[in-house]
Design a protein around this ligand. Structure first.
Ligand SMILES: Cc1ncc(COP(=O)(O)O)c(C=O)c1O
Length: 435
């Protein structure tokens, strides 16, 4: 199988997979497995790919990391140093960002059903922006802000009806969506009038998110066109001019050779030129353009290391190779048939000899990590490296079967740093009470 390695990953003198100058077989020995390894240099490269392109184009912007992709204190701190802002979608993500020392003005809060507690927490902490999703939220926020005598900067999330190339389960930009105000039916315009007339709101602009794993610029072109059309209409109808246009995330990554994402630079260049072109033609003041990449910042930078255990050969059907993790640390294959690539980290030059299905250790037949992958001979104790697991892997991890969530390490310049500890057996009992 052709090996596509990302960032600083390479094959070292021992023929092992090395990331960030660290031998992955040694990392697994030092920290145990399953282990999630992040290539810090690649995270920085992706972040700067988005940010620098806006800077070079001299375009007011904000690159907002969608922290649901991978949340922990260290990733907030790392990306803060890169000049990114942060999107949180829960009290837990907000708490983590604040505990990491993130300035609350750099945080935006998303969600289709923010609780009273979450809104109170956001407002009390002077959060930068709340992305308002529905009429219920406008009501809750109005009374909260009145009570606190505060003004809050907001964006309205709208569904412009753009159907980007993506997987159905993770499509959120269509009109048939639980997120945001529908444009066609006039909901969005009604929301605008409500917030424009309420002194509690600093109505800064609009937001959309058209989907995930988008591999070309056509979807973003359409989104920019539709969103600008809304803004032009609102200028005409309501004399409203937006300061911010937030086009969301969804920039694709490569899981397998079938995936062909563009570089961050290409997405940004296209978005910037489209928005500039429309604004120029319509003589509309160029808004600040915000994007919210999640997967593309951390996806390819993450690699999961597993130790091979049992093997089952079913004659003329398939061979199962089981590893010491699975759906508990990566639910994506079971949840939406996500595809991945894996390598034998302990001998990256060994030729492929068989086609196997890599399964986990969980009590579900659907606990398959990769179906029908060509691999060299493997034996119990070997380390398998599954690539592009950095997004929506650890952040969706569970304790199903009372397993412990894995450890996470950052690697860079030959050094590794533990950033999330492996859970212990006693951690599993933290909330249990005796009967
Ligand atoms: C509003 C919003 N912004 C950004 C993202 C991040 O998307 P991605 O990780 O595909 O870049 C999501 C993902 O669900 C989202 O819902």
């Amino acid at each position: 199988m052709e090996k596509k390695l990302f960032g600083t990953a390479r094959i070292n003198e021992k023929k092992h997979l090395e990331i960030g100058g660290c031998d992955t077989v040694e990392l697994a020995a030092q920290y145990g497995s399953p282990l999630v390894v992040y290539d810090v240099a690649l995270i920085k490269e992706m972040a700067q790919g988005f940010k620098k392109t806006f800077e070079q184009l001299e375009m007011s912007h904000n690159v907002v990391y969608a922290s649901k992709a991978f949340t922990c204190k260290a990733i907030y701190q790392l990306l803060d140093k890169e000049g990114l802002h942060f999107d949180v979608v829960s009290d837990g993500e907000l708490h983590t960002a604040l505990a990491a020392g993130i300035d609350s003005s750099k945080i935006e809060f998303h969600g289709n059903n923010k609780t009273d507690f979450e809104l109170e927490m956001a407002v009390s902490n002077n959060i930068g922006t709340i992305i308002v999703d529905n009429f219920h939220e406008i009501e809750l926020l109005t009374s909260l802000l009145k009570k606190k005598q505060k003004t809050q900067r907001i964006l309205l999330r709208v569904t412009p009806g753009v159907d980007a190339h993506t997987h159905d389960y993770i499509l959120t930009g269509q009109e048939d969506s639980k997120f945001g105000f529908d444009v066609k039916s006039g909901q969005a315009a009604k929301a605008l009038q409500l917030v424009m007339n309420a002194p509690e709101f600093d109505m800064a602009g609009i937001h959309c998110h058209i989907g995930s794993q988008i591999f070309d610029t056509a979807g973003f072109d359409m989104a920019a066109e539709r969103m600008m059309a809304i803004l032009l209409d609102w200028r005409e109808q309501f004399d409203y001019t937006a300061a911010v246009l937030n086009l969301g995330g969804g920039f694709g990554v490569r899981y397998t050779s079938e995936d062909t994402p563009l570089k961050p630079q290409e997405y940004v260049a296209r978005i910037a030129s489209k928005v500039k072109e429309i604004c120029k033609t319509a003589v509309y003041p160029l808004p600040e353009v915000w994007i919210e990449p999640g997967r593309s910042i951390v996806g390819e930078a993450g690699t999961s290391l597993y130790t091979v255990g049992s093997r089952k050969e079913v004659a003329d059907v398939r061979t199962f190779v089981a590893v010491d993790g699975g759906m508990g640390d990566n639910i994506r294959p079971a949840l939406y048939q996500a595809k991945y690539t894996a390598y034998l980290a302990s001998d990256m030059t060994a030729p492929d000899t068989e086609v196997v299905t890599i399964v986990g250790k969980y009590c579900e037949s659907g606990d398959k990590l990769i179906e029908d992958i060509a691999l060299p001979d493997t034996a119990a104790g070997d380390i398998l490296a599954m690539t592009t697991t950095g997004a929506y892997g650890y952040s969706m991890a569970s304790n199903y079967n009372r397993t412990q969530k894995p450890a996470v390490v950052f690697v860079e310049d030959g050094k590794s740093q533990l950033v999330v500890k492996r859970e212990t057996l006693d951690d599993l009992l933290r909330f249990d009470l005796d009967y």
